[in-house]
Ligand binder design. Structure first.
Ligand SMILES: [Zn+2]
Length: 149
């Protein structure tokens, strides 16, 4: 059960398919697929983690790529505004994730790491919420916090 919920480690096959899908989404959104943009997407997909612009900038530099911090940041912002990647607003700054579809997160209160989760709430619970709020729920994201047991 837990296995189907956790999507942190991106399997190699899922990594390649996901990256291709992200490229396709860029083209569909009219975003130019520059080499820099491809590299940024590749790092996000490879790590499967939520990274800051600085994390990505440092990784690119470690890989010997000369891309300025501002350029990395601008690429991330435009990928996010075109719905290709996600952006989480944290007290410490913005974190970017490879997934753009609605999903939930669990934050580790000990280490600060954030994991992606696919959680489906029971239909009865959603109906209850709809009845009490008067809204038709179209999507939801849960933000859970916890410590290692
Ligand atoms: Zn995420």
């Amino acid at each position: 059960m837990t296995e189907t919920l956790l999507a942190t480690a991106v399997r190699p096959s899922a990594f390649k398919a996901g990256l291709e899908e992200a490229f396709r989404l860029c083209r569909q959104q009219g975003l130019r697929l520059s080499q820099q943009r491809k590299l940024v997407l590749e790092i996000l997909w490879r790590s499967g983690d939520h990274l800051s612009a600085r994390d990505i900038f440092e990784q690119l530099n470690a890989d010997g790529r000369r891309i300025g911090h501002t350029s990395v940041y601008q690429n991330l912002e435009s990928l996010h505004s075109h719905g290709v990647i996600e952006c989480l607003e944290k007290a410490t700054g913005r974190l970017y994730g490879h997934r753009a579809d609605p999903h939930s997160h669990i934050t580790c209160l000990a280490s600060g790491t954030i994991q992606d989760l696919d959680i489906q709430l029971p239909a009865e619970l959603l109906e209850q919420i709809e009845a009490s709020t008067g809204y038709k729920i179209e999507s939801y994201r849960l933000h859970l916090q916890g410590r290692p047991r």
